[in-house]
Design a protein around this ligand. Structure first.
Ligand SMILES: [Fe+2]
Ligand SMILES: [Fe+2]
Length: 217
Protein backbone atom coordinates (compact mmCIF):
# COMPACT_ATOMS: atom_id res chain seq x y z
CA UNK A 1 0.00 0.00 0.00
CA UNK A 2 1.42 3.37 -0.98
CA UNK A 3 1.89 6.20 1.48
CA UNK A 4 -0.77 8.24 -0.29
CA UNK A 5 -3.33 5.48 0.10
CA UNK A 6 -2.41 5.09 3.76
CA UNK A 7 -2.86 8.80 4.30
CA UNK A 8 -6.38 8.70 2.89
CA UNK A 9 -7.36 5.54 4.72
CA UNK A 10 -5.94 6.24 8.17
CA UNK A 11 -3.52 9.16 8.00
CA UNK A 12 -3.48 12.93 7.91
CA UNK A 13 -5.94 12.94 5.00
CA UNK A 14 -8.28 10.36 6.50
CA UNK A 15 -11.35 10.27 4.29
CA UNK A 16 -13.86 11.08 7.04
CA UNK A 17 -11.91 13.09 9.58
CA UNK A 18 -10.18 15.46 7.17
CA UNK A 19 -13.36 16.52 5.30
CA UNK A 20 -15.18 17.05 8.59
CA UNK A 21 -12.37 19.26 9.86
CA UNK A 22 -12.50 21.18 6.59
CA UNK A 23 -16.23 21.72 7.07
CA UNK A 24 -15.53 23.11 10.55
CA UNK A 25 -12.81 25.32 9.10
CA UNK A 26 -15.11 26.51 6.33
CA UNK A 27 -17.73 27.39 8.90
CA UNK A 28 -15.21 29.52 10.77
CA UNK A 29 -13.88 31.22 7.68
CA UNK A 30 -16.86 31.67 5.42
CA UNK A 31 -19.98 30.65 7.29
CA UNK A 32 -22.11 27.51 7.06
CA UNK A 33 -21.24 25.30 4.09
CA UNK A 34 -24.81 25.01 2.90
CA UNK A 35 -24.15 24.25 -0.74
CA UNK A 36 -23.94 20.46 -1.13
CA UNK A 37 -21.31 20.90 -3.82
CA UNK A 38 -18.98 22.18 -1.14
CA UNK A 39 -19.36 18.92 0.70
CA UNK A 40 -18.51 16.97 -2.43
CA UNK A 41 -15.36 19.09 -2.68
CA UNK A 42 -14.54 18.50 0.98
CA UNK A 43 -14.76 14.75 0.52
CA UNK A 44 -13.25 14.46 -2.96
CA UNK A 45 -10.43 16.99 -3.10
CA UNK A 46 -7.74 14.66 -1.75
CA UNK A 47 -8.80 11.35 -3.33
CA UNK A 48 -5.93 11.83 -5.73
CA UNK A 49 -3.55 10.83 -2.96
CA UNK A 50 -4.77 7.27 -3.37
CA UNK A 51 -1.98 5.39 -5.08
CA UNK A 52 0.57 8.19 -4.69
CA UNK A 53 4.06 7.07 -3.81
CA UNK A 54 4.86 10.28 -1.99
CA UNK A 55 2.92 13.18 -0.52
CA UNK A 56 4.80 16.23 -1.75
CA UNK A 57 6.99 14.83 -4.50
CA UNK A 58 6.38 14.18 -8.17
CA UNK A 59 3.53 11.81 -7.42
CA UNK A 60 1.71 13.56 -4.60
CA UNK A 61 1.95 17.09 -5.87
CA UNK A 62 -0.52 16.25 -8.63
CA UNK A 63 -3.05 14.80 -6.23
CA UNK A 64 -5.62 17.61 -6.79
CA UNK A 65 -6.23 16.47 -10.37
CA UNK A 66 -8.33 13.38 -9.67
CA UNK A 67 -10.77 15.07 -7.35
CA UNK A 68 -10.96 18.04 -9.69
CA UNK A 69 -11.83 15.74 -12.59
CA UNK A 70 -14.67 14.20 -10.62
CA UNK A 71 -15.96 17.60 -9.52
CA UNK A 72 -15.74 18.85 -13.09
CA UNK A 73 -17.83 15.94 -14.34
CA UNK A 74 -20.38 16.34 -11.56
CA UNK A 75 -20.72 20.11 -11.36
CA UNK A 76 -18.82 21.73 -14.19
CA UNK A 77 -15.49 23.41 -14.82
CA UNK A 78 -15.72 26.03 -12.15
CA UNK A 79 -16.16 23.52 -9.39
CA UNK A 80 -13.39 21.44 -10.88
CA UNK A 81 -11.14 24.44 -10.69
CA UNK A 82 -12.27 25.23 -7.18
CA UNK A 83 -11.13 21.75 -6.18
CA UNK A 84 -7.96 21.79 -8.24
CA UNK A 85 -6.75 25.02 -6.71
CA UNK A 86 -7.00 23.79 -3.15
CA UNK A 87 -3.27 23.09 -3.37
CA UNK A 88 -0.90 26.02 -2.95
CA UNK A 89 1.84 24.41 -4.99
CA UNK A 90 -0.55 23.40 -7.74
CA UNK A 91 -2.08 26.87 -7.88
CA UNK A 92 1.36 28.41 -8.01
CA UNK A 93 2.37 26.15 -10.86
CA UNK A 94 -0.81 27.18 -12.69
CA UNK A 95 -0.06 30.81 -12.02
CA UNK A 96 -3.40 31.09 -10.29
CA UNK A 97 -4.49 32.18 -6.82
CA UNK A 98 -5.63 29.45 -4.52
CA UNK A 99 -9.31 28.76 -4.01
CA UNK A 100 -11.06 29.23 -0.73
CA UNK A 101 -10.91 25.48 -0.31
CA UNK A 102 -7.17 25.89 0.21
CA UNK A 103 -7.74 28.23 3.12
CA UNK A 104 -10.19 25.83 4.71
CA UNK A 105 -7.80 22.95 4.04
CA UNK A 106 -4.97 24.72 5.85
CA UNK A 107 -7.18 25.79 8.72
CA UNK A 108 -8.44 22.22 9.02
CA UNK A 109 -4.90 21.08 9.75
CA UNK A 110 -4.38 23.93 12.18
CA UNK A 111 -7.49 23.11 14.21
CA UNK A 112 -7.06 19.36 14.25
CA UNK A 113 -5.93 18.42 17.76
CA UNK A 114 -2.33 17.29 17.95
CA UNK A 115 -3.38 14.16 19.82
CA UNK A 116 -5.42 13.21 16.76
CA UNK A 117 -3.25 14.45 13.90
CA UNK A 118 0.14 13.27 15.05
CA UNK A 119 -0.64 9.60 15.75
CA UNK A 120 -2.26 9.29 12.33
CA UNK A 121 0.57 11.04 10.50
CA UNK A 122 3.12 8.97 12.38
CA UNK A 123 1.22 5.74 11.76
CA UNK A 124 1.42 6.18 8.00
CA UNK A 125 4.96 7.52 8.11
CA UNK A 126 3.98 10.61 6.13
CA UNK A 127 5.16 12.90 8.88
CA UNK A 128 8.73 11.93 8.04
CA UNK A 129 8.34 13.38 4.55
CA UNK A 130 6.57 16.47 5.86
CA UNK A 131 9.30 17.16 8.38
CA UNK A 132 12.07 16.59 5.87
CA UNK A 133 10.45 18.93 3.37
CA UNK A 134 9.88 21.65 5.92
CA UNK A 135 13.38 21.72 7.31
CA UNK A 136 14.55 24.24 4.72
CA UNK A 137 13.16 27.59 3.66
CA UNK A 138 11.58 28.07 0.24
CA UNK A 139 9.87 31.33 -0.59
CA UNK A 140 6.93 31.84 1.74
CA UNK A 141 6.53 28.16 2.56
CA UNK A 142 6.34 26.87 6.06
CA UNK A 143 9.77 26.15 7.42
CA UNK A 144 10.14 24.44 10.76
CA UNK A 145 13.01 26.10 12.58
CA UNK A 146 12.97 23.83 15.61
CA UNK A 147 10.69 20.82 15.23
CA UNK A 148 12.03 19.47 11.96
CA UNK A 149 15.62 19.97 13.05
CA UNK A 150 15.22 18.40 16.45
CA UNK A 151 12.82 15.68 15.31
CA UNK A 152 10.20 16.79 17.83
CA UNK A 153 6.89 16.15 16.07
CA UNK A 154 4.91 18.07 18.70
CA UNK A 155 6.98 21.22 18.24
CA UNK A 156 6.88 20.78 14.47
CA UNK A 157 3.08 20.59 14.52
CA UNK A 158 2.82 23.68 16.70
CA UNK A 159 5.03 25.58 14.28
CA UNK A 160 2.93 24.36 11.36
CA UNK A 161 -0.30 25.45 13.02
CA UNK A 162 1.08 28.90 13.79
CA UNK A 163 2.28 29.27 10.23
CA UNK A 164 -1.05 28.16 8.78
CA UNK A 165 -2.98 30.64 10.91
CA UNK A 166 -0.71 33.48 9.80
CA UNK A 167 -0.84 32.40 6.16
CA UNK A 168 -4.62 32.22 6.22
CA UNK A 169 -4.85 35.72 7.62
CA UNK A 170 -2.46 37.02 4.99
CA UNK A 171 -4.18 35.19 2.15
CA UNK A 172 -7.77 35.50 3.18
CA UNK A 173 -8.55 38.46 0.99
CA UNK A 174 -5.74 38.70 -1.48
CA UNK A 175 -5.00 35.17 -2.52
CA UNK A 176 -8.44 33.81 -3.21
CA UNK A 177 -9.24 32.87 -6.74
CA UNK A 178 -12.08 34.58 -8.59
CA UNK A 179 -13.55 31.14 -8.96
CA UNK A 180 -13.89 30.81 -5.23
CA UNK A 181 -14.95 34.36 -4.59
CA UNK A 182 -18.49 33.55 -5.62
CA UNK A 183 -18.57 30.80 -3.06
CA UNK A 184 -17.94 33.26 -0.30
CA UNK A 185 -21.48 34.44 -0.44
CA UNK A 186 -24.70 33.43 1.17
CA UNK A 187 -25.94 31.34 -1.72
CA UNK A 188 -22.98 29.92 -3.59
CA UNK A 189 -23.65 29.27 -7.20
CA UNK A 190 -21.37 27.79 -9.80
CA UNK A 191 -22.87 30.27 -12.25
CA UNK A 192 -21.16 33.06 -10.36
CA UNK A 193 -17.75 31.46 -10.66
CA UNK A 194 -16.40 33.34 -13.60
CA UNK A 195 -12.73 32.48 -13.79
CA UNK A 196 -11.50 30.43 -16.72
CA UNK A 197 -10.49 26.89 -16.00
CA UNK A 198 -6.90 26.34 -14.99
CA UNK A 199 -6.68 23.58 -17.55
CA UNK A 200 -5.91 20.27 -15.97
CA UNK A 201 -5.77 18.64 -19.35
CA UNK A 202 -3.15 21.06 -20.56
CA UNK A 203 -1.15 20.96 -17.39
CA UNK A 204 2.45 20.25 -18.15
CA UNK A 205 3.79 16.97 -16.84
CA UNK A 206 6.97 18.62 -15.56
CA UNK A 207 5.17 19.78 -12.47
CA UNK A 208 8.20 20.10 -10.22
CA UNK A 209 9.94 22.29 -12.74
CA UNK A 210 6.84 24.41 -13.04
CA UNK A 211 6.79 24.83 -9.29
CA UNK A 212 10.39 25.92 -9.26
CA UNK A 213 10.94 24.68 -5.75
CA UNK A 214 9.57 21.82 -3.77
CA UNK A 215 6.70 22.90 -1.62
CA UNK A 216 7.03 22.55 2.08
CA UNK A 217 3.42 21.95 3.05
FE1 LIG B 1 -4.77 18.27 -0.89
FE1 LIG C 1 -7.01 18.38 2.08
Amino acid sequence: MTIGTKSVLFGAHQFLLHPIMIAVAWLRLFGPPLDPRLWFAFFLHDIGYIGCTDMDGASGERHPERGARVMRVLFGDKWGEFTLLHSRSYARACGRPVSQLCLADKLATAITPAWLYLPLACLTGEIGEYMRNTSTQHDDHFCSTIGARTGDVGVWFEELRDFNHLWIERSRNAAVSPAARGLNQESPSADRLSAPACGVVNFQPSFSEACGTRRCM
